[in-house]
Design a protein around this ligand. Structure first.
Ligand SMILES: [Zn+2]
Ligand SMILES: [Zn+2]
Length: 419
């Protein structure tokens, strides 16, 4: 083949190869549906029959690309984007589902993380936000499936977050069960890492600042507290019925849009009232105790005990019937092809407005006129996003070298450096 012919053939083949590789790489399963017509997980299609919801029937909707590709799509000034960096709950971990974590991005440039479960930080960093902006975490409760990724996020200090990590959470029933003790313990457990890095990297990012919500101050008369109030963004905390005292949900309000996240919670009229009229309401949802026992090889009594703390699809439908969100979302669900139809069948016994079952990297774009749900096509080998502007006024000083230096006799055996 002469060079000209080779050039023509390569021009034809290379784009096909590149796109085929991209598809296989990010969405590992072929598109397909359940018997009842719901998209299967991990196929690049969100698990919903209403991916587009308009405020008024037939209203115009911006034409979005089929998938959300971080870095390739800007957010309008008045738009909110919610992405699940992890969609699952109970341990053990799964490759295809990280534990609970949501990233909420607003058109004013603000980003907020809600829960930081294990196996989620890779997804989070792949969403095209500079690590320095991933510095605000709102924790619903301290079950490890909601906080297990905090070390990996804290480690972003090595990735150009030169300012503290801020963590909101409840004050706890007693101080050792609250967010201040939690952050001090995380910081303490990272002491070896920090003593090493503080003489190599800027120190500004090596602290965690707790922000306590006074759990003892909640009552029926004071159902919510303002936890965050900046740049026109208000985030309220409210208590939910889950495990120990201290579990909370959050309601974010900005620019006439609202997002509510309860994470783990038993169904209640109280939480339904806190979520009333939300644009997007994200709540846990569970399979039956029998299904949970079967798939987790667990005695039925243990599965029934787990279910005591959680919410069935029919119960969630009752919560959403009171709250009336524009989009009702179920999260923290063990995805499996065989569990999807039974889940939606049970959900539909009490609720027939738009619903979504969350999987990792499901992205929800929200405006006052419409809501659009897609899957994210994130680069598995994404580098951190570039900083939006050059860092300024940061603590670039480095600390004293640690006294815990390696023994000289060991270091002396190092191979000489290449010239
Ligand atoms: Zn959980
Ligand atoms: Zn929990």
């Amino acid at each position: 083949m002469d060079r000209r012919m080779l050039g023509i053939v390569l021009t034809l083949i290379l784009p096909v190869m590149a796109s085929a590789e991209a598809e296989d790489y990010r969405f590992p399963r072929e598109p397909g549906t359940t018997k009842d017509g719901y998209p299967l997980p991990l196929t690049g299609i969100p698990i919903t029959k209403t991916p587009v919801i308009t405020r008024t029937p037939g209203a115009a909707v911006k034409k979005y690309p089929e998938h959300y590709v971080p870095g390739k799509e800007s957010l309008a000034d008045d738009e909110m984007r919610i992405t699940a960096c992890g969609s699952w709950g109970p341990a053990p971990m799964r490759i295809g589902q990280g534990a609970s974590c949501l990233l909420v991005q607003l058109g004013n440039g603000n980003s907020f993380i809600f829960d930081i479960g294990g196996g989620t930080v890779g997804n989070l960093f792949a969403l095209g936000v500079h690590p320095a902006e991933l510095d605000k975490v709102f924790i619903t409760h301290f079950h490890l499936d909601h906080v297990g990724g905090i070390f990996a996020l804290f480690d972003a200090m090595g990735w150009a977050r030169n300012t503290p990590l801020h963590v909101w959470g409840s004050s706890g029933y007693t101080p050792e069960l609250g967010v201040t003790a939690f952050t001090e313990n995380i910081r303490g457990a990272a002491e070896w890492h920090i003593q090493n890095k503080q003489s190599i990297l800027p120190r500004g990012g090596m602290t965690i600042v707790p922000h306590e919500v006074d759990y003892s101050a909640f009552s029926l008369e004071r159902p919510r507290q303002l936890a965050y109030d900046e740049d026109g963004v208000k985030i309220y905390a409210f208590p939910v019925i889950h495990a120990l005292a201290g579990s909370m949900g959050y309601r974010l309000e900005w620019n006439g849009l609202s997002f509510v996240y309860t994470a783990d919670s038993q169904p209640s009229t109280f939480e339904a009232e806190q979520g009333k009229g939300a644009d997007v309401f994200i709540h846990e949802i569970f399979p039956s105790a029998e299904e949970f026992a079967l798939y987790n090889h667990m005695p039925i009594q243990a599965a029934e005990g787990v279910m005591e703390e959680h919410t069935t699809p029919a119960e969630l439908g009752r919560v959403y019937t009171i709250a009336k969100p524009r989009l009702g979302v179920g999260m923290h669900f063990t995805l499996d092809d065989n569990l999807i139809d039974p889940l939606f069948q049970r959900w539909s016994t009490t609720y027939d407005d738009p619903v979504l079952l969350m999987q990792d990297l499901t992205t929800i774009n929200v405006t006052s006129d419409y809501i659009v749900v897609r899957q994210t096509r994130a680069d598995l080998l994404a580098w951190p996003a570039p900083p939006p502007k050059p860092p300024e006024g940061l603590d670039m000083s480095t600390g004293e070298p640690s006294k815990a230096q390696r023994p000289a006799w060991l270091t002396a055996t190092r191979l000489s450096k290449e010239p």
